[in-house]
Design a binder for this molecule. Structure first.
Ligand SMILES: Nc1ncnc2c1ncn2[C@@H]1O[C@H](COP(=O)(O)OP(=O)(O)OP(=O)(O)O)[C@@H](O)[C@H]1O
Length: 261
């Protein structure tokens, strides 16, 4: 239960955490959705967050970004800090009716660099255009995001993360509504982030994709089920236990309210 990930090690052999969860409890209206989580995310690690529906996966990412304040415990930043986080929210949380074009949405990745009213100079405009080309969206720059397909929208959001140049990338179900071609494309971007030693956490439901591309996995069922190398975490036994834990919570929610500050 809850073994810490070894993740990547520095040449000197000392693990450097990007951040750690120290008794972290998160929830809504004081009802915990993630309880007393203790785990360490190594700098440069590529980690899948898995678990049944309602296990607290999206809630955990919101806790890392700071959108959701802890009910108890904390997220403790080591080599990373919140200003270096890039976040791709779940599909359903993105307002596609917002009147913004592809190029302007991608340019929002510059926000931390230039501030909300900063000028996008020629060099930065070129960087945005190159990134749009790199994700295969040349020609769609002026399109309102409301008119994009699901896969085109995900490519646009990945382009924004690329422009942001984030050291920590949080992805909530990044492959929802994408076809196999776009999936391969987006996985290549994630693999590149890993080579560049960025720290990546992704909420995923497809365990085949997790096994093939994510060296580490953190399995949640509100409580931590397991965390470590993917082959050791994604076992039938852990999956069965996670389902049982979530079902127990759904059936008797009053018994699940513990650990809040
Ligand atoms: N805004 C909210 N207000 C109240 N409860 C919420 C809110 N968001 C999530 N919850 C509850 O918190 C629990 C965890 O939800 P969360 O979305 O984190 O789960 P998840 O593991 O990401 O699920 P899924 O796989 O279905 O996306 C669920 O019981 C959910 O109903």
């Amino acid at each position: 239960m809850g073994r810490l990930s070894l993740g990547d090690r520095s040449p000197g052999g000392i693990m450097s955490p990007a951040f750690s969860f120290q008794g972290l409890t998160l929830g809504y209206d004081r009802t915990p959705a993630v309880r007393d989580l203790r785990a360490e995310i190594a700098e440069g690690s590529l980690t899948a967050i898995v678990g049944p529906n309602g296990a607290g996966k999206s809630t955990l990412l919101k806790g890392v970004t700071g959108i959701l304040k802890p009910l108890g415990g904390r997220v403790c930043f080591g080599s990373a800090d919140r200003s270096g986080i890039g976040y791709l929210p779940q599909h359903s949380e993105i307002d596609r009716s917002f009147p913004i074009s592809v190029v302007d949405l991608v340019a929002m990745g510059l926000w931390r660099e230039i501030g909300p009213f900063g000028r996008v100079d020629g060099a930065r405009r070129a960087r945005v255009a190159e990134t749009i080309a790199a994700v295969g969206l040349t020609g769609l720059e002026a399109r309102p995001i409301a008119t994009l397909s699901g896969g085109q929208m995900q490519r646009t959001l990945f382009a924004r993360l690329l422009v942001q140049d984030a050291k920590v990338v949080l992805l909530d179900e990044p492959f929802a509504a994408v076809d196999s071609g776009t999936l391969v494309y987006l996985l290549k971007i994630i693999d590149r982030w890993h080579v560049e030693r960025r720290t990546v956490l992704a909420v995923l439901h497809d365990h085949d994709t997790v096994r093939a591309h994510f060296p580490d996995t953190l399995m949640l069922a509100r409580d931590l089920v397991a965390h470590g190398p993917t082959p050791e975490v994604l076992t039938a036994e852990n999956q069965f236990r996670a389902r049982q834990m979530c079902e127990a919570c759904a059936e008797t929610p009053h018994t699940c309210i513990r650990g809040a500050a």
